[in-house]
Design a protein around this ligand. Structure first.
Ligand code: FAD
Length: 478
């Protein structure tokens, strides 16, 4: 990289002038070199923590002047390697972007990209309102927008994208733009909000987000249904979705048998070892009448799909322990074989509901053939499922990647997407042309070239032309 030391000198001067935290110590920079994926770490030459959009803009302009790559980074909880500074350069850490302006009259809030999901939820609850998107992790809200993620409450509140009303972005040239006015309707041009959602830091830094807020629902209850087969469990959820959205149903998740086994073993949960559908309901009425009504509709469907057990769960310890199994499943999958240094390839796909049962069942069969544990946790009502694939040795890693490859190509062949919510990063790039076709990808690449002609904004990810495609075992083909 040209003139690195000159760049760092200039960055430190800028840091002093604008009170921007600048990190150049190699040891400290290690924490900016990776995320929660299985992809190789890379050290940046510097990292900054600006506390305003204006400071972000100054850093971007300085990087541009010195031809230094930039990588926006939120909480680094990504699973596809998107925030790894593959070309070194400068990490722009958004954690100090802390705007908070709630607008109760319009049920929305402007927040800095550095807010984390859980703290924002708590803050908004203290104002009597609710923040809808609910990934199982605790990412920054900027990261949630940038990956186009979602989570466990999509049924009721929609994906992150669907909760974003507007964005304030620093473009690759350092300009600060707002993507749209915060109004219910606007038909004045291209939808830049949706362009930036899911662009994974390749088109600029999302600095502030205006999120839709929802009514806070104080009374919750749950449900649990067990089945003999994954197929029955999935088909019952597909039947439920045919009803449209039920008023009080917030979450509908699946743990396959493998997921129940690892959760029981490692988290101490005591679920019957069977494919399990977990439900959560919420309402504003303490009587829980609406919830019980919705539950009984679902109970009938579960029974018609041969559920072996269906139970209503009141708010309290048992409901909490059921969700503990769901939330802790990834951790449990990494521990249950008691092998030192075991890692997890955590991958997701999304398919149309009509293909959901076939896709999940074929995936389980493929894992069984390869004699690899199949741990599936799913936002099943969205057609979105995750596989946690344990590996230890390089050979096992290759086998895990092969299984993932087949799972993704199967999903695409069934009309689905290579990722429902984790994004592209470096891990899913190899599937983009298969999913979208070459002409579509050319449009995306042209947008990138138009907005970032020098390719300095998060280079080396997201676009097939930028990533050396990972070679996969020949047996990975479907
Ligand atoms: C245990 C676990 C469970 C998970 N469960 C879910 C889930 O249920 N749903 C889900 O959607 N995801 C889930 N994830 C994945 C991850 O948490 C999400 O992808 C999350 O949205 C990433 O946010 P982050 O702040 O960590 O972003 P990072 O990992 O820091 O970055 C991700 C990408 O976004 C870019 N980026 C980050 N912030 C900005 C910004 N302000 N402006 C521009 N670009 C930016 C980065 O450059 C990178 O390309 C899970 C991860 C783990 C480890």
């Amino acid at each position: 990289m040209p003139s690195k030391s000159q760049f760092i000198v200039a960055l430190e001067v800028l840091g002093r002038e604008q009170s921007i935290e600048v990190i150049v110590d190699a040891k400290k920079l290690e924490s900016f070199s990776s995320d929660k994926s299985v992809y190789e770490a890379h050290l940046p030459c510097a990292a900054v923590r600006p506390d305003s959009l204006e400071s972000v803009s100054s850093v971007v302009k300085l990087c541009l002047q010195h031809n230094v790559p930039m990588t926006p980074q939120g909480a680094a909880s990504g699973l596809e390697g998107g925030c790894i500074p593959r070309h070194g350069g400068c990490v722009i850490d958004t954690s100090k972007l802390r705007r908070f302006d709630i607008d109760k009259a319009n049920s929305c809030v402007w927040v800095g990209a550095g807010w984390k999901k859980l703290e924002l939820l708590k803050k908004v609850h203290s104002e009597g309102l609710h923040f809808g998107p609910d990934p199982a992790s605790n990412p920054s809200v900027g990261g949630m927008c940038s990956t186009g993620g979602s989570g466990m409450s999509t049924l009721k509140y929609g994906t992150t994208r669907e909760n974003v009303l507007s964005l304030r972005v620093v473009t690759p040239s350092g300009a600060i733009i707002q993507t749209r006015q915060v109004v219910r309707k606007s038909s004045t041009g291209l939808d830049l909000t949706q362009l930036y959602c899911g662009s994974e830091g390749t088109l600029g830094v999302i600095g502030e987000i205006c999120f839709k807020l929802h009514k806070k629902l104080d009374f919750i209850a749950g449900g649990i249904a067990q089945f003999n087969t994954t197929e029955d469990a999935v088909k019952s959820v597909v039947e439920i979705r045919k009803l449209g959205n039920l008023h009080s149903l917030i979450r509908c998740e699946l743990l396959n048998k493998g997921a129940v086994v690892v959760s029981n073993q490692e988290l101490g949960t005591k679920l019957p070892v069977a494919p399990t559908v977990l439900l959560e309901f919420a309402d504003s009425e303490p009587s829980l009448e609406a919830i019980r009504r919705d539950f009984s509709v679902l109970e009938t469907i579960f029974q018609s799909q041969r559920a072996t057990s269906v139970r209503f769960l009141k708010d309290g310890e048992e409901l909490e322990s059921v969700w503990e199994a769901r939330r802790g499943c990834l951790l449990a999958a990494g521990k249950f074989r008691k092998r030192k240094g075991e890692k997890i390839l955590n991958t997701d796909v999304c398919v149309p509901l009509s293909a959901l049962s076939d896709t999940v069942v074929s995936t389980e069969e493929d894992f069984a053939k390869a004699d690899v544990p199949c741990v599936i946790c799913a936002h099943i009502a969205d057609g979105n499922f995750h596989c946690f694939i344990p590996f230890q040795t390089p050979e096992e890693k290759q086998r895990a990647l092969s299984l993932e490859f087949r799972m993704v190509r199967r999903a695409i062949a069934n009309g689905g997407s290579a990722s429902g919510e984790h994004g592209v990063g470096v891990g899913k790039v190899k599937h983009l042309v298969a999913e979208h076709g070459a002409h579509h990808i050319a449009v995306q690449e042209n947008i990138k070239k138009a907005l970032d002609p020098r390719n300095l904004m998060n280079p080396g990810a997201f676009y097939p032309s930028q990533v050396a495609l990972v070679s996969i075992n020949p047996d990975a083909k479907l």
